[in-house]
Design a protein around this ligand. Structure first.
Ligand SMILES: Nc1ncnc2c1ncn2[C@@H]1O[C@H](COP(=O)(O)OP(=O)(O)OP(=O)(O)O)[C@@H](O)[C@H]1O
Ligand SMILES: [Mg+2]
Length: 240
């Protein structure tokens, strides 16, 4: 049976796409067949972060509209065996997207993939609502600051209203300096604010940014200590 995981945050730029890519790659390294869906309608990014901009000819809207079939649009990710991408659309209007059309795509993908990862856009708009309606599990990605926590709480409310009981959070861009300078909040404050369990933490690391710019997930690189963080997260998800 396949599982759908929505990655959301509310606040923009917390690292949702970075977590979605590296979690997907870690699940694939663990032997799972994983597909990543770019839900950022109008402002896609995953095909760039995966170095596939020249291959991404068809997108999620083309599939919803029946312009091409799903197997044509879904592309294997060269750098990670077992990982595929359904590119997002650059079109800013997406009347075709509904929870029903997304759930039909998920159902079709579940025949080929054991994990379907929905990389949500920032905010709490319609694509996020649709993703939340269709998901089994949610990973909330936040940074250690008050705005990110407040937005994460909004997303968690939406998940609760939608009956998504399996929720985890990831704290990204963790840096001891931030806390020392009193610009951030503590992990226990985050834990008190959210009503879900932690999945893991990712440090602030320039190499993560560089790997996205290069188009290769950091977990696919040799000797990356960050791969251990993501491997542990993947194991926690698989064991659940
Ligand atoms: N742990 C990290 N250390 C350093 N840089 C990071 C880290 N995580 C993400 N970044 C960088 O932060 C920026 C935002 O990351 P990303 O695009 O994954 O965020 P996002 O939440 O998906 O953004 P959006 O809300 O626009 O979809 C990128 O430039 C990325 O390289
Ligand atoms: Mg993103």
């Amino acid at each position: 049976m396949s599982r759908t995981i929505a990655i959301a945050s509310g606040k923009g730029g917390t690292g949702k796409s970075m977590v979605a890519i590296n979690l997907a790659a870690s699940l694939a390294h663990a032997g799972e067949n994983v597909v990543l869906l770019d839900m950022s309608f109008g402002m896609r990014s995953l095909e760039l972060y995966l170095g596939m901009e020249y291959k991404a000819l068809w997108d999620i809207c083309d599939v919803i509209n029946g312009v091409c079939d799903i197997d044509t649009a879904v592309l294997p990710v060269d750098s990670v065996k077992g990982m595929s991408l359904l590119p997002g659309t650059q079109k800013c209007e997406y009347p075709e997207l509904t929870a029903d059309s997304l759930s039909a795509i998920i159902e079709a993908l579940s025949e080929r993939f054991s994990y379907i990862i929905l990389d949500c856009p920032p905010g709490a708009g319609y694509p996020v609502e649709c993703a939340i309606e269709c998901t089994d599990l949610a990973v909330i990605v936040l940074t250690a600051d008050y705005v990110a926590l407040r937005d994460a709480e909004v997303i968690e409310e939406m998940l609760l209203r939608s009956g998504v009981m399996d929720r985890r959070y990831v704290i990204n861009m963790v840096s001891s300096e931030l806390k020392e300078k009193d610009a951030g909040i503590s992990i226990s404050e985050i834990d008190r604010g959210l009503r879900c369990r932690p999945l893991g933490m990712i440090p602030m690391d320039y190499n993560i940014r560089a790997s996205l710019a290069e188009g290769v997930p950091i977990v696919a690189k040799r000797d990356s200590y960050i791969a251990d963080n993501f491997r542990n997260m993947a194991v926690r998800l698989i064991r659940k």
